[in-house]
Design a protein around this ligand. Sequence first.
Ligand SMILES: Cc1ncc(C[n+]2csc(CCOP(=O)(O)OP(=O)(O)O)c2C)c(N)n1
Ligand SMILES: CC(=O)[C@@H](O)[C@H](O)COP(=O)(O)O
Ligand SMILES: [Mg+2]
Length: 651
Amino acid sequence: MTDPAITPGPLLATIERPADVRALDVEQLPQLCDELRQYIVDIVAVYGGHFGASLGVVELTVALHWAYDTPEDQLVWDVGHQAYGHKILTGRRDAFPTNRKYGGLSGFPKRSESEYDTFGVGHASTSISAALGMATASKLNASGRKVVAVIGDGSMTGGLAFEGMNNAGAMDTDLLVVLNDNRISIDPNVGALHEYLAKVSASGSWNTLKNEVWEMFDKMKGLGGGHLQRLASRVEDGMKAVLTPGMLFEALGFRYIGPTDGHDVVKLATTLKKLRDLPGPILLHSLTVKGKGFAPAEADQVKWHAQSSPFDKVTGKSLAKATASGGKAPKYQDVFGDAIIELAREDDRIVGVTAAMPSGTSMGKMMKAMPDRAFDVGIAEMHAVVFAAGMATQGKYPVCAIYSTFMQRAYDGVVHDVALQNLPVLFAMDRAGVAGADGPTHHGALDIAYMRAVQGMVCAAPMDEQDLRDLLYTATQHDGPFALRYPRGEATGMPMREGFEAIPLGTGRWITPEADGASGDVCILTYGAIGGYVAEARQTLEADGITAAHADLRFCKPLDESLLRDVFARYDKVITVEDGVVQGGAGSAVLEWAADADVLSGTQVVRLGLPDSYVEHGSQRQLHDEVGIGPDGIAQAVRALVGAHASAEAA
Ligand SMILES: Cc1ncc(C[n+]2csc(CCOP(=O)(O)OP(=O)(O)O)c2C)c(N)n1
Ligand SMILES: CC(=O)[C@@H](O)[C@H](O)COP(=O)(O)O
Ligand SMILES: [Mg+2]
């Protein structure tokens, strides 16, 4: 899909692939950068998406494709939310209006989408390891192909990045790591590395000296000057030990270059061209501004990390229309953020932890209200969990707010450090279920299955915001690990009572009162907010003369055995619905229990949920409908089950 209202500038219009960029004179690159930046602004202003990060690496993107022989040479973008310019220069310019839309381009580099997307990304801090793997294979294959990892200062706080550096620095493999340092993550960047990089950025002293050494080195290479080369390298080593601002990286075995102005495309392009031919692991420290060139985004970099609704492409003013619900329903995230503060005011054991997502999870509310009791530890999910475990050993009650998909990074900590020691830690798993436009890298598809498998873990999911509050309180009263999942976005908008009520562990509830003690054609058991679709499904079924009862499991571990006994005694048709993979999920828990309790006796159980394949991107509703867990899908499954059963009985 092209958008005729959005046209690229004259130079960008001639770029169909990176070879066209390489055909340009270096002096033309500034114009290409201007046009690329404007094109990104024009498109995101209408269609939404990640914003500030791509604007900040426009020059780096153009320079990399000019200096390197892509796609033969491999560029690996960390996270990939900054790769819009890369996508536009690599044959996807006209399709870019479909970015993040259902059936359209992915918002992240994706191998199946383009040969220029060398590695699928979405989670942070993977680029150095992946690029080192490619570089190692390239060496083994003697392919001569060069590999570059581009990683942001936020992503550099992830332990995985340092595992990659540690490995690369001791290997004799050619690898360029570009550290794109814009001094911010999604929220303000945190930690000692952040402070260190700030000091490095402020110092330019090593550059001048280093440039001289480098020029000398360049000349010597031409002369094949063996001993002079070694001497120069010793001189360089001696000087860098006392002077280099990138000592940390040098100590890890990288040759450090920089800091350099990441917006000077001509200098960047010519430097990169030289670096392409240099051996060993090299780190280029590039200083950029997130949101560069769009004043509102430079001024409020957190707000402009991403935009979901249209805005004026000059002023940045929102052009969003009022939402259908009138914007009255609060987000689950805000309910969580407010409730944790309320609970923490009454219970001084409660502490909060987030791994670089204070805004996304709303843990930022507690960080603001109680700065000494809530911690942003950086992009470090595993550390966040073990850090929480440590606090729990000292009588604290840590609430770890981590997106379901990112919790995958921390699984060993969940098992080995928390659950095995039966420590009271709450895993508040945000973005549970399909995440929406971010797609498969960000869907919280697996947490029901992987948390349910952990011995001693309590697993719960609220169907509405009142239950979210009560389950949060319930968790704080439990002496052991507790996994609570809730989705991205708006809750139901229901009226909420004040205060909190504890919900006994393993207590579900009937949602359709008429089913409590009565009977229907089928019973629908739901887990979590996805249960909100059942009312609509029931209405359409009623029009077909089918009565469906609905119960909310609330807990998938422990299960409400008394509720389930009741269900299996009265219904011979049961449908389970969850926003997570079917294998090992809440429906599986029900089936396992029913088999173990020997109550199945001919009852047909159909499990609805995410399939055993990766669900792509789109709105949450589109994706729920696609996999059959939206209202229509639920109603269809009921009809199929009732119909199948009726014809089996008639036969
Ligand atoms: C494992 C993981 N945790 C958290 C995130 C969410 N996340 C996406 S981008 C980002 C900030 C990255 O900061 P930086 O690398 O500096 O890139 P910038 O946006 O500043 O260009 C975060 C925390 C993620 N993608 N992966
Ligand atoms: C790139 C990344 O991982 C984040 O920016 C993510 O897209 C945030 O998702 P939410 O908008 O759901 O917070
Ligand atoms: Mg950054």
